[in-house]
Ligand binder design. Structure first.
Ligand code: AMP
Length: 282
């Protein structure tokens, strides 16, 4: 495994790989890697000749500067995990390398970027578009891997790929969870032991709500999730919405979507956690 911290070196390596007709896959991350990230890396290794993993805590996608400064950084541990997972190249640039000049691009990804996270984290998806478009341009991957934990992010990236006629195929990978159901996240390390005990409630209630949904309306199901979680002290829902997986349009009737997905954001103490669930209605 080679580690490149600048674009020039990485491009030299990758041009050589392309000359020998190797197919390149990319997994963009912000580091502090856990088994969720590693599942993406393993899939990328399986499906490509060369696996590039980028590690870059992208400042332009943080609308909360405190979140950016406290974001966990564990480079040595990340490299060891990536090596063990079969990664070929790590791209770990500094901020000046990715943004020698401020990125002034403003994207219009349409409604998929305006609802939910778009509403509560203004500018977040524009920053995601800035960094992911740069990474696609540098790496020129055939396939890029994203986790379904950030469900809306995948819809936004797909919209970007269409908008900019990019050639890359976007691969969505399932959510990896702790044994108690909590979706793995780099932010989980910020939970106090007490909050860490409470946090799996999010996944449990979402799971329970799929049974509840068999006999209740969309509106009743949304209320069930919100009321059950908000009852717990130090747990506060920012939003819970049930949307169509492709369009992210709000679903008002179960028959209105082939694949309704419930997307949730909960403040667990000060830590903002996200999760989602597919409703398969019979
Ligand atoms: P991040 O480093 O948080 O930007 O995440 C990098 C990639 O890993 C994103 O595509 C995430 O959706 C994905 N990811 C993060 N956590 C998980 C998880 N628990 N399961 C699957 N994918 C994940």
């Amino acid at each position: 495994m080679k580690i490149a911290s600048n674009i020039k070196d990485l491009k030299l390596y990758l041009n050589k790989e392309r000359e020998s007709k190797k197919q390149i896959g990319l997994v963009p991350t912000m580091g502090a890697l856990h088994a969720g990230h590693i599942s993406l890396v393993r899939q990328c290794v399986r499906e490509n000749d060369v696996c590039v993993v980028s590690i870059f805590v992208n400042p332009t996608q943080f609308n909360d500067k405190n979140d950016l400064s406290t974001y966990p950084r564990t480079p040595e541990q990340d490299y060891a995990l990536l090596e063990a997972a079969g990664c070929t190249y790590v791209f770990a640039p500094g901020e000046k390398e990715m943004y020698p000049e401020p990125d002034t691009r403003i994207f219009n990804f349409g409604r998929v970027a305006e609802v939910m996270e778009g509403k509560y984290r203004p500018g977040h998806f524009n920053g995601v578009g800035q960094i992911v478009s740069k990474l696609f341009d540098i790496v020129q991957p055939s396939k890029a891997y994203f986790g379904e934990k950030d469900f809306q992010q995948i819809a936004v990236i797909r919209s970007m790929v269409k908008l900019l006629n990019m050639k890359v195929k976007i691969v969505a990978c399932p959510i990896v969870r702790e044994k108690d159901g909590l979706a793995l996240s780099s932010r989980n390390t910020r939970l106090t032991p007490e909050l860490r005990q409470k946090a799996p409630l999010i996944a449990h209630v979402l799971q329970e709500s799929t049974t509840f949904a068999q006999k209740h309306s969309v509106e009743e199901t949304i209320d069930f999730v919100i009321d059950t979680i908000n009852k717990e002290s130090e747990m506060e829902i920012e939003y819970y919405e049930i949307v169509d997986s492709a369009t992210l349009e709000a679903v008002s009737d179960w028959k209105g979507s082939n694949d309704p997905v419930g997307c949730i954001t909960v403040y667990c103490g000060k830590v903002r956690l996200i999760d989602n669930i597919h409703y398969k209605l019979s």
